[in-house]
Design a protein around this ligand. Structure first.
Ligand code: SAM
Length: 217
């Protein structure tokens, strides 16, 4: 018996579908994945609330709507290779693992990466590789990626990540100050990394992307 099923369906209906996310694959996966398994025991009853939650080390699992919005913006069909920067709890990673062919995820905090790996193994997501390190460098050996998703706020778009994006690929990133950012979708249009299309999606507030091509710690 899944005692959170009702809460999960309600989360998708009232927080996500009602705010305009229409990608049925994303909605179905968010109805399916047990978000409560990705939060601390003591926060389990808040797992489906309309807000981010702490996951330790001053980091957060993002608000469900933002996870849905960012995922939908990737336009995944199931055949893609995706890079995620900021594994955190592994919740967003699990969603990507359902919707893409392979997922590569980088987390700078080793204990969070270990927790995420445990969660993803428990749920049998074997198409996910996780590495500990500064994700602002990307994962060059595995590039190009059809999608890149950065789940922490950056001062600007790291060029090194655009270089690892396939032509036609999409990169989702919050950029701005340390206090507030704008969520961007950037599509690479050609071999030339300067030829991109940038779409602003909404205002948002993320924890810092900390690294050589992000903020200082
Ligand atoms: N998507 C995650 C989830 O579903 O739980 C939430 C991610 S949390 C908002 C942002 C994460 O980015 C944090 O875990 C943080 O440690 C990580 N992070 C920040 N800077 C990073 C970097 N340079 N490389 C990799 N991870 C980074």
């Amino acid at each position: 018996m899944d005692r959170f099923l009702k809460q999960r369906m309600k989360m998708v209906d009232t927080q996500i579908r009602a705010r305009g996310v229409t990608d049925e694959r994303v909605l179905r996966v968010m109805e399916k994945i047990h978000r409560h398994l990705f939060v601390d025991e003591g926060l389990i009853d808040q797992a489906y609330n309309d807000n981010p939650l702490p996951i330790g080390d001053r980091q957060t699992i993002s608000q469900p709507y933002i996870v849905a919005l960012m995922t939908a913006a990737l336009n995944l069909t199931g055949k893609e290779k995706v890079l995620e920067i900021g594994t955190g709890s592994g919740y967003q990673t699990a969603i990507l693992a359902e919707l893409a062919e392979r997922v590569f995820s980088i987390e700078r905090i080793a204990s969070l990466a270990a927790g995420a790996r445990k969660n993803l193994d428990f749920l049998n997501y074997f198409n996910v590789a996780i590495r500990v390190g500064d994700g602002t460098y990307g994962w060059r050996e595995e590039s190009p990626f059809d999608g890149i998703i950065i789940t922490a706020g950056a001062p600007k778009v790291p060029r090194i990540l655009l270089e690892q994006l396939a032509i036609g690929g999409r990169l989702i990133i919050p950029t701005g100050s340390r206090v507030s950012q704008e969520l961007l979708r950037i599509t690479r249009l050609s071999e030339d990394v300067n030829e991109i299309k940038t779409e602003a999606m909404c205002g948002c507030r993320f924890v810092d992307l900390i690294g050589d091509h992000g903020w200082n710690a």
